[in-house]
Design a protein around this ligand. Structure first.
Ligand code: ACM
Length: 754
């Protein structure tokens, strides 16, 4: 950024010398460093406005024709020159530029874009659009040379769980175009609804498009409650054509997803003959993975072939996403037909049967001239010959695909699932769980570190996913999606610096802009982020940070009346009670953050863990569960909870001064729909004497009515300098439940030692 400022200054001097006869501008351009997301790779700015106040384009051939319906909606509509008019925008096709790259030179009275392909032209136009929006329709004099890191820069949207009017889908596409994203992955079908009109199969519209009611609250709230209201609808073929054309005019390819063979309860509610077992199927009314899957029969493949005929006629995309995720094999295992099919085709298990299914679907789509994309489960049992992978369960799917020389789109749920919470604030609207603040997205590297250079080419890009179980309307989609979409766009463009403070300043500018545009964008940039640390033998302290670095911070202790400006590095938590913090900048105030502290002997320990928590659920380090602060009770993840997939929690606590202790209290999270189970057993040992491991207390009775289990284990008082606490994971999830056959998660929070 420094180099940029120096270059800008030199450029400015040059321009001032050159432009002595230009009239003095009445205003100066907006801060160029906070204008662009993504930020261009090379930029030289004069600090002056040009005199351009309309945009006239000469007849430039086919490339720009594609974008005219978009360009006419800009603050200054772009118009083609009429007879006798002079153009002030020149477009030049330069075959030596890289794919997607462009240059933009804005001069005093005219400007020029160079590009190699329509994508490069669209990217340049997006840059001009941001300039106009942030400069009250004026264009600053500058030069940009820009190129992208990844050819695939995508966003996904689930319209099956909740659907949104066409006008909102178009607005979503506007956001993608603004941020130079070029693929819209439209998740059109799932257990809870079928959303695309297929003329040959009217029951998809009459039955599969509707569910009789919808779950209220979070899936983990027990018992489940429903709203009793019929919900549904679908996009007509005319509406879909309209959306596809709208996206095309903004340089965005729309990839339809028809999710098979799992996530098919809605299809089977309409056409049960394509299932493997006889039962009454119904369109899903709650979330999670359903056991109703399509049967790999010839009739099913014919049905899918007919559907894809209509899908392909609507979507010119080179790709069709065929899902392939989360397909429970229980009904296949039961089915006599599947047993026979496996035998006839030498398929050794249900994974190979799934692979058989996907390969058949791939052939149908390849024969119609298109390519498939599938979620990473389609790697299991053997990958279809021409498939591209969307790696969502982690990065391994992407790595495996690249090693097989197949293209991969990285969308790991650890960084790219924008249905997860984005802030730890307790006032956040309901979300599925977990936590992905925009900072985590910003620091994400789409190419896995373990992948050798020679295989990087197979990582074609990345994608943010918006699953809408907990997004009833488009306002919520904007709230959850927009900030992280902009951040992901910066990452996929190939950040020209790793300066998160500079990016945050730009993000703040964009948030202000979108608020003016009436978008329901989230603003967490003035939220206080606390980091709670323990110093062995001394206690617990908090350090504070806000995303906007320059913000002023204020704090209040439990027994003081007023907030005071925060001047020290650390706030020691020396008294029990509620500490409060907030930040403010330029008249704007962030939300107040509360930290409820209740001290105990565990605060003094040095904590080590035998097994690390799962990468997504590391809390604020091992001390998170001994720091006197309790995590949220309505959600897991965040800085207080530690989550272990299949592993035990096994902590050793060392005390500088031996402590007399007589009870331990534990807190666990239960969310079986999300594979989170209460532990099987707790064992606590005094290991102060190296030669003797003394069991202080144990139990295997750990229960809960709701999401939280609180359990206190008293024992005969003991003096300890070293303590070992073992909480045994539940183990494998039984078949027939959500996640059956997988390792259960164990979530642990505050362990109070008294
Ligand atoms: C997925 O989240 N089931 C792809």
């Amino acid at each position: 950024m420094k180099i940029l400022k120096v270059l800008s200054f030199l450029f400015l001097l040059l321009f001032m010398l050159q432009c002595t006869n230009t009239k003095t501008p009445e205003s100066t351009p907006a801060n160029i460093n906070t204008t662009f997301i993504p930020f261009p790779q090379k930029l030289e700015s004069s600090g002056h406005f040009s005199n351009i106040n309309n945009i006239k384009l000469s007849d430039q051939g086919v490339a720009v024709e594609q974008f005219l319906p978009w360009l006419t909606t800009w603050p200054i509509p772009v118009e083609k020159t009429k007879a006798g008019e002079k153009a002030n925008l020149t477009l030049k096709n330069i075959p030596t530029l890289k794919a997607g790259a462009y240059t933009l030179a804005i001069r005093e009275n005219d400007f020029e874009i160079q590009h190699k392909d329509p994508e490069g032209l669209r990217n340049a136009l997006s840059t001009v659009h941001q300039l106009l929006e942030f400069n009250e329709s004026k264009l600053p004099i500058l030069e940009i040379a820009d190129e992208r890191a990844f050819p695939y820069r995508g966003m996904h949207l689930d319209v099956a769980r909740h659907m949104f009017p066409v006008s909102d889908i178009k607005r979503y596409i506007d956001y993608l175009a603004f941020y130079k994203l070029n693929y819209f992955h439209w998740h059109l079908t799932d257990d809870q609804g079928w959303r695309i009109e297929i003329k040959k199969y009217p029951k998809l519209q009459e039955i599969a498009a509707y569910r009789k009611e919808t779950l209220v609250g979070h899936y983990n709230d027990q018992p489940h409650q429903f709203d009793g209201k019929k919900y549904g609808g679908y996009y007509t073929q005319e509406e879909i054509k309209d959306v596809v054309a709208y996206a095309h005019a903004r340089g965005i390819e729309v990839i339809p997803e028809i999710d098979v063979p799992g996530h098919s309860a809605a299809i089977l509610a309409a056409y049960p003959e394509f299932g493997c077992i006889e039962k009454t199927y119904e369109t899903g009314t709650k979330w999670g993975v359903f056991f109703d899957v399509l049967c790999p029969k010839e009739e099913t493949f014919q049905f899918l072939s007919d559907i894809f005929d209509e899908v392909i006629a609507l979507f010119p995309s080179q790709y069709v996403h065929i899902g392939g995720d989360e397909c429970p094999k229980d009904q296949w295992k039961e089915s006599a037909f599947c047993k026979k099919l496996k035998k006839e085709n030498n398929l050794k298990d249900e994974h190979e049967l799934q692979s058989y299914f996907i390969k058949r679907v791939e052939k149908i789509i390849n024969d119609k001239g298109r390519k498939i994309i599938g979620w990473d489960e389609i790697l299991e049992g053997g990958l279809a010959p021409n498939a591209t992978i969307t790696s969502w369960r982690g990065i391994e799917g992407g790595i495996d695909a690249a090693q097989l020389h197949h293209p991969a789109i990285m969308a790991p749920s650890s960084h790219c699932y924008f249905d997860y919470y984005q802030s730890e604030d307790p006032d956040e609207p309901l979300a599925i769980g977990n936590l992905i603040p925009y900072e985590k997205v910003y620091h994400w590297k789409p190419i896995p570190e373990e992948l050798p250079d020679s295989l990087h080419q197979f990582i074609i890009g990345g994608q943010g996913c918006i699953w809408t179980e907990y997004m009833k309307d488009f306002k919520k989609v904007e709230y959850m999606g927009l900030v992280r979409m902009a951040t992901l766009a910066e990452v996929l463009w190939g950040k020209n610096s790793s300066d998160i403070d500079a990016f945050t300043n730009a993000l703040f500018n964009h948030i202000v802009y979108w608020k003016k545009e009436k978008a329901n964008i989230a603003n967490h940039l003035l939220d206080i982020q606390t980091s709670v640390e323990m110093e062995p033998g001394k206690g617990v302290y908090v350090t504070l940070k806000t995303p906007l670095n320059d913000a002023n911070k204020y704090s209040k202790k439990p027994t003081t009346k007023d907030f005071t400006s925060f001047e020290t590095d650390k706030i020691w938590l020396e008294e029990d009670g509620n500490y409060q913090f907030y930040a403010a900048l330029q008249g704007q105030k962030g939300r107040t953050k509360d930290i409820k502290f209740q001290g105990h002997k565990g605060n003094l320990a040095k904590v080590t863990l035998k097994t690390k928590p799962s990468e997504r659920f590391t809390g604020n380090g091992p001390q998170s569960v001994f720091n006197g602060i309790k995590g949220f009770e309505d959600r897991y993840g965040g800085s207080e909870w530690l989550g272990f997939s299949g592993d035990d929690f096994d902590a050793t606590l060392t005390f500088d001064t031996p402590q007399n202790i007589q009870s331990l209290s534990f807190k666990f999270f239960k969310g079986e729909g999300q594979w989170i189970y209460l532990p099987a057993k707790i064992e606590v040992y005094n290991i102060s004497d190296k030669a003797k491991r003394q069991l202080l207390v144990e139990t295997n009775k750990i229960e809960s009515e709701g999401k939280i289990s609180n359990i206190t284990l008293p024992f005969s008082a003991a003096t300890v300098s070293k303590l070992n606490i073992v909480v045994k994971n539940f183990g494998k999830i039984p078949e027939g439940r959500q996640g059956g056959g997988n390792e259960a998660f164990l979530f642990v929070d505050e362990i109070e030692i008294k």
